[in-house]
Design a protein around this ligand. Structure first.
Ligand code: DAH
Length: 355
């Protein structure tokens, strides 16, 4: 081996010793990658040495080739082994940093619940379903003819003033009460096929009202209607007493006071004995012992006839209860606007079941 080759061989030996030492010190994949580039990359140390090939004699070139191969073999062996170790260490570190502490408390899920008005509507529905009533829904956008005329309130009748509403056109409006469902149901009813008519109809109603603690431009009612042969005031009174006891408590009594509704004759306002003081007088019943809860009466013969029912053969009773109102009374809610503001501090007070 001549001098030149001898020098190169010493360079390669030195280089591999140096590389092995650096590989030993490497602690990360990044450092290992840097070492690869430093020694075997395009501008790496070994490439520099290889460049001397052209200065060698022909017979010497394969010897240098062999030296280079030996370098690669040894270098790769060391660096691959190191790479494997580092990878294991890095994986272990990653696993350790990502472990889940199963003893930490979980994130609480917030469950929603039915709105108090929905709970109240369903409670009322269940109550009347239990007495054999059907539930029938009617449209919120209603015709003048159903909302007023078929309820015995002709155009220009002064009693219309109390129920001014939102008009879509001259003849189409947002219904002011659930009473028009009476007419819609009676028109379709066939006593021979269907037997007596017993229905309740819950839903939204609308009025042109100024909103305050007890008034809202949108609220809820439930209409009740029974039509059959020989229905009397006694049937109405018995039904409403049963309702009052089931909804407000077994000890409740009711009293009827004369009133006026165009679609009933006679008409009554129905009071329930105060469920807070039992009738002695308190702030809830305004020291009268009684709380007004609904309007009712015997269906006016005109209303029966306009819906195609023979008023000589059939009679009926009807009632209309404010769902918001009875919910407020029963749960001591002091402002109807609470129902429509979706404030969780209010809503979450009524999370438990039906009551
Ligand atoms: N529709 C009436 C209102 O909104 C409530 C009402 C009173 C309904 C008497 C009835 C009834 O069915 O018989 O003020």
């Amino acid at each position: 081996m001549n001098d030149k080759l001898q020098v190169i061989k010493e360079q390669v030996d030195g280089l591999i010793a140096q590389a092995i030492e650096e590989i030993k010190q490497a602690e990360s994949s990044k450092m290992i990658q840097d070492i690869r580039v430093k020694y075997t990359g395009k501008k790496g140390e070994l490439t520099q040495i290889s460049k001397q090939m052209k200065d060698l004699e022909k017979y010497e070139k394969p010897i240098l080739g062999q030296l280079i191969n030996q370098f690669h073999q040894s270098f790769n062996e060391h660096i691959d082994k190191k790479q494997e170790q580092v990878k294991q260490k890095e994986l272990a570190a990653q696993l350790a940093s990502e472990t889940i502490d199963v003893s930490l408390p979980g994130r609480r899920q917030n469950f929603g619940s039915r709105h108090l008005l929905t709970q109240t509507r369903e409670e009322l529905e269940d109550l009347f379903l239990g007495m054999g009533y059907q539930i029938i829904e009617g449209p919120e956008v209603e015709l003048d003819s159903y909302n007023f005329e078929k309820m015995n309130l002709p155009k220009n009748h002064p009693a219309r003033d109390m129920q001014d509403t939102f008009y879509i056109s001259e003849e189409v409006l947002l219904r002011t009460h659930t009473s028009p469902v009476q007419a819609r149901t009676m028109e379709k009813h066939d006593f021979v096929k269907d037997g007596p008519l017993k229905m309740v109809s819950p839903g939204k109603v609308f009025r042109r009202d100024n909103d305050d603690a007890t008034h809202s431009h949108q609220f809820h009612q439930m209409e009740g209607l029974v039509v059959a042969e020989r229905i009397t005031m006694a049937d109405l009174k018995g039904t409403l007493l049963q309702f009052a006891k089931a909804f407000f408590g077994e000890e409740r009594e009711i009293r009827l006071r004369p009133s006026f509704f165009s679609f009933t004759e006679p008409s009554v306002e129905v009071d329930v004995s105060c469920f807070k003081c039992g009738g002695k007088g308190c702030n809830i019943c305004k020291w009268t012992g009684w709380i007004e809860v609904l309007g009712a009466g015997l269906v006016h013969p005109n209303v029966l006839e306009m819906s195609g029912i023979d008023s000589n053969k059939y009679s009926g009773f009807a009632f209309g209860v404010g769902i918001d109102r009875v919910a407020m009374l029963k749960h001591n809610v002091d402002d109807i606007r609470h129902f429509y503001q979706n404030d969780l501090r209010f809503l979450t007070q009524f999370k438990g079941g039906q009551n």
